[in-house]
Design a protein around this ligand. Sequence first.
Ligand code: ADP
Ligand code: MG
Length: 469
Amino acid sequence: MLKENVVSLKNVDFKYSNEVILNNINLEIYDKEFITLLGPSGCGKTTTLRIIAGFETPLEGDVFFEGKKINDVPPHKRSVNTVFQRYALFPHLNVFDNVAFGLKIKKLPKKEIEKKVKEMLAIVDLKGYEKRPVRALSGGQQQRVAIARALVCDPKVVLLDEPLGALDLKLRKDMQIELKQIQQKTRKTFVYVTHDQEEALTMSDRVVVMNNGVIAQIGTPEEVYNEPANAFVADFIGEANIIDGIMLDDCKVSILGKTLNCVDKGFGKNSPVDVVIRPEDIEVVPADQATLVGVVTDTVFKGVHFEMSVMCENCQWLIHSTVAQKVGDKIGMTVIPDNIHIMNKMFLNPNNEIFTEVYYSSEEENTTTFLLEGCEITIPDMYFAEGERIHIVLPPDALYIAGDGIGQLDEVYIESVIWKGAHNEIILESDERKWIMQSDTDEQVATYVPICFDFSKATVERVEVSDEV
Ligand code: ADP
Ligand code: MG
């Protein structure tokens, strides 16, 4: 089937004041598809919708509608309608008048308005509700009125921004199925926004996983689940064991000091990678029949399977198994090569290297100070002469969040937090660069924190001028 584009975003950048909100967004939306923008709060989903709707204009890049550039076309001239989380119905009007509102503005004949509203109310399962005041409706019914109101003007594209967010879980599940049916009945393109991965996977033809203003992956629900593009996607979609590994060679990966066979090639020799294994892909076998051996620390029955925590080589694993194991049992874990997913590291400077020049130093106090993004940073117990070039290597565990709120670098942005079995791997962004930090505590993404460096865990070397390339 030939897929026709309705909306395209090409190299779209967007900023609020000086802050980058969207960074080079490229997205093709196909006619009549149900596409979902999925990602954590603050990643830029709503902003992307607002750009498609015309409420915001990209700073760079273009928006196309059926091949025509529409950067400067105002919202009401785009064949797009939005359903918001807070439905924004007119509380003093009844159901009919709420749905008919847009058609009345368009000055359609009365008979035609009545016919269209009736048809639409039937589609959203509100036949006979015309005269009800909207205030007397339940949350789910109000949401259906909002959807009818967006659809009745016959837009090509319907934008839905977390439309089920205000409903309780049971109602939300029912409405998910209903929304999908409405989309199929009306044969419209739906661009849906949610932070709920389960919702995205059940409703969508394609999912756009967003993180921190960029698209991390676009694919069918199966693709983003089975072949996550990086550790962020694997972590965000479903449950996953994400472990640091070394790709020894094609089809050979080392994790936790053990070598496993996989099917991935082309990562080079001895390259650091992220290894993803889904809990349902781990098979429990007798301890003497497996390379990976662990001890069960927790087990919970989940209706269909048991969810178990297993401690293996100081790393906590999550396993789904239909066979119960007891806490304290020693078990073997095997994974078929096909189910070991190898991914490039999202961040390629694992040692937070700094090349700099000594700003001043004191031989007496045995300290060395350098400038980092305009701040003076002092290395205790180390002396290098003023003006000397130095190379600092800071492993991830040499960074920490200042408990007292006073950091050596302030206002460092938390870009991602990924649980690596034994600790969190946190990627941070300061004014000029990124950092990788290891942490035992949970941190909130998209917040700003003060960070400090523990130089006792660092190595600092003098750079000979002849060493420099
Ligand atoms: P999402 O819908 O994924 O939660 P948004 O697109 O609403 O994310 O917001 C992305 C980022 O833009 C957030 O960091 C948010 O704080 C910021 N932002 C959103 N609206 C504004 C605004 N009107 N002014 C300044 N910053 C904003
Ligand atoms: Mg939003």
